[in-house]
Ligand binder design. Sequence first.
Ligand code: FA5
Length: 348
Amino acid sequence: MVGQLEILLQQLDALRARALAELEPITVSSTLDEWDTRYLGRNRGELKSLSSVMPKLSKEERPIVGQKINAVKAELEKQLSLKRETLKQRELMQALEDERIDITLPGRTLPEGHMHPISRTILEVTQIFIKMGFNVVQGLEVETDYYNFQALNIPTDHPARDMQDTFWVNPGQILLRTHTSPMQVRTMKQMQPPVRVVVPGKVYRNEAIDATHEAMFHQIEGLLVDEYCTMADLRGCLERFAQELFGEGRKVRFRGSYFPFTEPSAEVDIDCPLCDGKGCRDCKYSGWLEILGSGMVHPKLLREVGYDPEKYRGFAFGMGVERIAILKYGIGEIRLFTGNDLRFLRQF
Ligand code: FA5
């Protein structure tokens, strides 16, 4: 019996030595788990198998073997947990090394943004008028028939409506504004003279599209109302504007025209900046280019908003932003503005 006990104790020592020898070279957590199951596993672990002889031992032998088993188990568990900790640390260091960020690498440069030529033109134009004392205000793109037409002296069935073929939201009542002029009436209704505003924004017309016409385009409206205000002031103001935008020495020409909301009305031309007024393909060899419509605010509008037409007078003008940008930057085709071609947009 003594011989058997010794064999058992030797087997336990051998198990311990083998287990520790196998543990030593393990470098991966998954292999460590396999080792754990093989030696310390609750069901089929080798230590558990050796413990199964316990019931066959004598009363005196059991505590000796029991202690030995516990001692071997305790040591294996301790070594396992040390190994686990070492592997965890090593794997963490490896992950840190693998995912290391090289902070000395130069950053990726983001492409620089460009202002759209229309936004840029609006900014340039409004800056000029701000310097002359105008305020910039925003209007509504969805308007009522009243502000877009009626209050501007364009009653239903007036032929002037045919010049601005309209996108109706609710026929006869709500529409996409066809020009920025509704803001003349809205602004005057909101404030007392002196009034000095410019209104940039989108406008919409149900028109045939060609090289110079779009269904959606931009306008900038200008309105000044004061006690002393004449056509000469309008001319001086627009001359200053044309020279600031297109260069000193630019000449301005007024041509009689008709708008129901201004009286008298005038189309305003500048001498062609592309050929210096000599005549070229762009100005159709006339030496002049039309840039906007304008006139003295019609007394009917002043009355409509409750201003006294005997006391106050005003001038108004409205320009197409695309047209101004085409002239200023020598752009051949209005569709380029909405074409989203980066080769075009990057030039601005
Ligand atoms: C008007 O819209 C008037 N409200 C301007 C005005 C304001 C006159 C204040 C008097 C006092 P007109 O329809 O001419 O006028 O348009 C003004 C400018 O908008 C034109 O000179 C042109 O540059 C531009 N424009 C008109 N239709 C188009 C279009 N389909 N596409 C691009 N630009 C356009």
